[in-house]
Design a binder for this molecule. Structure first.
Ligand code: QV4
Ligand code: CA
Length: 512
């Protein structure tokens, strides 16, 4: 009996840490600001066939529409109600997307904005994506409905009503984050509205949630909400499946709030990961790739089975949030591909790939004053569709990092080596490193300023393999370099520091 209770407890408590992705699918991709119709098509034509596990979508609910600056991406982080009409499409389009993606085994993860509503200066009127009336000054959101009693201002004890000191946990949870009207999450009524919103999404078929601004909510309030979420829709998921939860908590160390307060509730974003990896690959502060030997917990990160990892996200790729200038993004494509390649080859954490749109940066005193620019849009503010070019890249300003050959192939690599141990590490004491994943895959990086030419133990069975970075296996031929693994498992690698991509990766599904 004791055993049974213990088993039940482990079963229940581990559930929300599980990504719910289909067996053999190990990554999700953030299709930032994509329209629902485009995501549905992408699931069917690209993500499903290439083994992606799911999509993090931009906020799904009714949000403010801002005109100064013109239609910034961040308007979607200012909820007006929990109706499902957003800049990405209406409710019917959202439902259609969830069904079509689920049907090809690519699951949907919703960015849930439950800490706050719009900014206190958001004015009054019907300038919301659903056209809902609201009055931000009076804290009146009749489409939920919320009224002034549902907000925190009385509890907040700073002079400005804003978070002024991140070392004071009370301010961080009870005051306004950049002026956003802060919800009183200890109120049963408020919890109920949020639970209804999230359970509605679960009934539609989503597989989990990114919890925005989790640091700004008391863990106890969050737990009360998360405990009331329903199991996933059994049209697609096994009975009793809990929603996957990953919480946005930025903890680079040295603040009043630690990720440890949240790791019991679900996974947590590991922001040290991208910040440190950026330093290593840029070779800043004396960092070098050889130091990655004990990457993961050895670097002071949270436990691997609690971490949601990413090289960049929609905030820190444009200087919002945390991480600073070290963050690797598509703007530095060559080193970005190495960073994402490293993340996808390495077993630490559950990995999310970023997929962005391009904007023109304009640095004034070190800050990009164009950090607000919204997605590619028509003159009336409607988001543009994502056109696919003949070479399978995207047009109209959509970057589609997930379609870059090297990144797509490394997402497949991660699936192929899933469950295999980190093995056969090698380094030259500088910036040339290699490691394997059991007997399923092997990767080699040359981030030094000279040639790499070395024979290494790969752990792989003998054979001729196609490097999935310089090319890929197509039918029985290889469009990139070929690597032969001898019967003792060794292979010679030669990677020039001038190669277009100075790394190589082989795995058992790319054997010729
Ligand atoms: C401004 C002033 C305030 C003033 C207010 C008056 O700065 O001092 O009180 O006007 O109304 C936008 C503007 C911001 C403006 C605010 C309210 O940029 O200047 O305040 O709106 O009108 C995104 C953007 C924010 C944006 C917000 C809401 O990054 O710039 O604010 O959306 O539109 C911390 C948190 C972390 C957070 C990170 C960015 O711990 O949780 O900052 N990350 C998440 C999301 C992020 C989002 C939010 C949280 C808020 O990933 O994208 O912020 O939902 O580290
Ligand atoms: Ca709060």
């Amino acid at each position: 009996m004791k055993c049974l209770i213990l088993l039940l407890f482990i079963g229940l408590s581990s559930a929300q840490f599980n990504s719910n992705t289909r067996a053999g699918r190990t990554t999700i991709v953030h299709l930032f600001e994509w329209r629902w119709d485009d995501i549905a098509a992408e699931c069917e034509r690209y993500l499903g066939p290439n083994g992606f596990g799911g999509v993090q979508v931009s906020p799904v609910n009714d949000h403010i529409v801002l005109q100064n600056p013109w239609r910034p991406w961040y308007e979607r982080y200012q909820p007006i109600s929990y109706k499902l009409c957003s800049r990405s499409g209406n409710e019917q389009q959202f439902r259609n997307m969830v069904t079509r993606c689920n049907n090809v085994g690519v699951y949907i993860y919703v960015d849930a904005i439950i800490n706050h509503m719009c900014g206190g200066g958001g004015g009054t009127g019907t300038h919301s994506s659903c056209g809902s009336y609201f009055n931000a000054n009076a804290k009146d959101f009749p489409s939920v409905p919320y009224s002034e009693w549902d907000f925190n201002d009385a509890k907040c004890r700073t002079g400005s009503g804003e978070i002024e000191n991140y070392n004071d946990a009370y301010q961080v949870r009870d005051c306004r984050l950049v002026g956003l009207l802060d919800l009183a999450l200890e109120k049963e009524y408020v919890r109920g509205r949020i639970v209804d919103f999230m359970n509605n999404l679960i009934s539609i078929g989503v597989a989990g949630f990114r919890i925005d601004a989790a640091k700004h909510m008391w863990p106890g309030d969050m737990k009360a909400i998360l405990d009331r979420l329903n199991n996933l829709n059994t049209s697609w998921f096994a009975g009793g499946t809990r929603p996957f939860i990953f919480q946005e908590v930025i903890d680079l160390g040295g603040e009043g709030i630690s990720v440890n307060e949240y790791t019991g509730l679900g996974r947590v974003t590991e922001f040290k990961y991208g910040a440190k990896l950026g330093h290593v690959i840029r070779k800043w502060d004396g960092e070098r790739l050889s130091y990655l030997r004990n990457w993961g917990e050895g670097w002071g990160f949270m436990a691997s089975n609690r971490a949601l990892v990413f090289v960049d996200n929609h905030d820190n790729q444009r200087g919002h949030g945390a991480g600073g200038a070290s963050i690797l993004t598509f703007f530095d494509a060559r080193i970005y591909k190495m960073g994402v390649g490293f993340m996808l080859a390495h077993p630490y954490g559950f990995a999310r790939i970023m997929s962005s749109y391009r904007w023109t940066r304009n640095f004034v005193n070190g800050k990009d004053v164009n950090d607000w620019i919204g997605p590619p849009a028509h003159a009336d503010g409607t988001t543009k569709n994502v056109p696919i070019n003949a070479d399978s890249t995207c047009g109209d300003g959509w970057v589609c990092e997930h379609r870059w050959r090297q990144i797509k192939n490394m997402a497949i690599f991660r699936n192929v080596v899933d469950g295999q141990a980190f093995s056969n590490w090698w380094d030259n004491g500088s910036n040339q490193v290699a490691f394997g994943r059991g007997n399923r895959g092997f990767i080699v990086f040359n981030n030094d300023d000279w040639q790499l030419d070395v024979t290494l133990s790969t752990g792989l069975p003998a054979g001729t393999y196609c490097d999935v970075i310089s090319g890929q296996k197509e039918g029985s031929r290889c469009t990139g370099r070929q690597i032969s693994v001898a019967s003792n498992g060794t292979a010679r690698f030669q990677i020039s520091n001038n190669d277009e991509d100075p790394f190589a990766a082989i795995h058992v599904d790319a054997r010729l």
